[in-house]
Design a protein around this ligand. Structure first.
Ligand SMILES: Cc1cc2nc3c(=O)[nH]c(=O)nc-3n(C[C@H](O)[C@H](O)[C@H](O)COP(=O)(O)OP(=O)(O)OC[C@H]3O[C@@H](n4cnc5c(N)ncnc54)[C@H](O)[C@@H]3O)c2cc1C
Length: 445
């Protein structure tokens, strides 16, 4: 059954962090916006659960922070890595120049439920669950809307602008035949849960030893564990059997030995096939891609959600006013890509550099000996400000424009950040440190 054609200013495909944030901000500005989400609810396990200071700052700007922090969450103020038998602090958020100097760890579905409930307070917001966009509506070369599969049948939604925020397997970007640039990635990730106990005093978030890497995110009752493996090696790991896998986990984090039996089947282990890619062009007339749909990120540094949200803010800043005023947004879509592309490229480059370090770890057979130059660098804390910016804040974070803050009633005005000497020197030092790191890691391999 096909239901009648419906008309909206903006139709967003995908109710992930990027889509729901953009929907909220457009609705707040008075734009008639529909968000389509193919699932019945936001409940999905093993998704990014980290809300970084940059996102918390945006929530503060939007006046949502206080209410948001009432939701159950854990605060992480510093990040540690355990290399062999030594623990190093690699990021400390105490020095972040934001209202919240911590990462809030919260299930992504709580974050999305919160944001969508806030959005529903605006009459122009329309969230449709169990609506899977299956194709684009076109008129000549221009995208005019989407075709969605719903439990009631096929629906057609006409929109002045379609935003594809449907994740890294985006059906919309495939339908639009966008060109994707893939970067080779040497890792995949196995996700599973394992219980966490009160007596666990380990601060280690990342644990590296015996050629293995296990990241543990403390979720109070359990750890969300990410076991980093060589690309496409999961089948081989499975062939070695579950017991060998359990022993690998216990070897890299010995205090888990007493609960490793909780892993009873491969069903409990989810494979994330890691990708780094980005679209050459994020837009075409009537259509814009943001978030993972425009650029899939590696989980290294855990910044995917935050980049997706920053894209949404940039898009809302550029487009809210013109959409509200009924202007043609096609000439503006380029500005969203221009604003976000460099930051995305920089983050992906840093992730690629980190991957080189991971390849070096995989080579090791015995217990990890941390070379003294690495030890010196980590102990001297020179990396702290760099990782603070990469992980906590991101390069040149977005800020919410006046149009969105004042519900569309003010002439569009983008706030800019002054380029100070300190920023120029800081950025230069960061690039130099990354180049030195790259040089040494290449020479070691
Ligand atoms: C296992 C895992 C762990 C991760 N850990 C972290 C982390 O710790 N920190 C971090 O910052 N990032 C992490 N990430 C990355 C992060 O989840 C993503 O970068 C981020 O969610 C991207 O947001 P998005 O809104 O662009 O896309 P997504 O979050 O992928 O959302 C896309 C949404 O679109 C919906 N959808 C898809 N197709 C359609 C369609 N055709 N019609 C309608 N709806 C559709 C999907 O159901 C989904 O809800 C992780 C990713 C994975 C897979």
């Amino acid at each position: 059954m096909t239901t009648g054609l419906q008309k909206r200013s903006c139709c967003i495909v995908g109710g992930g962090p990027a889509g729901v944030m953009l929907g909220y901000m457009l609705a707040r500005s008075g734009v008639r916006v529909t968000v389509l989400e193919k699932h019945r609810d936001f409940f999905r396990d093993f998704r990014g659960d980290t809300v970084h200071p940059s996102t918390l700052e945006l929530l503060w700007e939007l006046g949502l922070l206080e209410e948001f922090l009432q939701l159950q969450h854990q605060k992480v103020t510093s990040l540690h890595v355990r290399l062999g038998n030594s623990t190093f602090e690699i990021a400390n958020l105490d020095h972040a120049r934001t209202h919240c100097r911590f990462i809030a760890i919260m299930p992504q579905w709580d974050f999305l439920n919160f944001l969508s409930e806030q959005a529903k307070k605006y009459p122009t917001f329309d969230l449709r669950m169990e609506h899977e966009a299956v194709d684009l509506r076109r008129q000549g070369n221009r995208v005019r809307g989407v075709v969605a599969r719903t439990p009631q049948g096929i629906e057609e939604i006409e929109a002045d602008l379609v935003v594809a925020s449907d994740g890294r397997h985006s059906a919309m970007r495939a339908a639009a035949e966008f060109e994707v640039e893939e970067s080779g990635v040497p890792i995949d990730v196995l996700w599973f849960r394992i219980s966490c106990r009160e007596e666990d005093r380990e601060p280690g978030l990342g644990n590296v030893n015996y050629g293995k890497i296990l990241v543990l995110i403390n979720r109070k009752d359990y750890y969300q564990a990410a076991y980093i493996i060589r690309k496409d090696s999961y089948e081989r790991i499975k062939q070695r059997g579950l017991e060998a896998f359990r022993q690998d986990i216990a070897q890299v984090v010995p205090f888990l030995s007493d609960r490793i039996e909780e892993l009873k089947s491969w069903e409990q282990v989810k494979l994330l096939s890691v990708q780094i890619n980005r679209l050459k062009r994020w837009y075409r007339p009537g259509l814009l891609c943001i978030g993972d749909a425009a650029h899939a990120m590696s989980p290294v540094f855990g910044v995917g959600i935050n980049l997706a949200i920053q894209d949404a803010v940039a898009a809302a800043n550029v487009l809210a006013g013109p959409l509200l005023g009924g202007q043609d947004t096609d000439p503006l879509l380029r500005r969203v890509q221009q604003r976000r592309e460099l930051r995305t490229r920089l983050t992906q480059r840093l992730q690629a550099i980190a991957h080189i370090g991971l390849k070096y770890v995989f080579e090791a057979r015995g217990p990890l000996e941390v070379p003294w130059p690495v030890r010196l660098v980590l102990r001297s804390h020179v990396l702290l400000p760099i990782l603070l910016r990469v992980v906590g804040i991101g390069k040149l974070p977005e800020r919410v424009s006046e149009t969105v803050l004042l519900n569309g009633s003010v002439v569009f005005k983008q706030r800019t950040r002054a380029i100070t000497l300190g920023r120029v020197v800081g950025t230069g030092a960061g690039i130099a440190a990354a180049a030195v790191w790259l040089f040494f890691s290449r020479n070691r391999l």
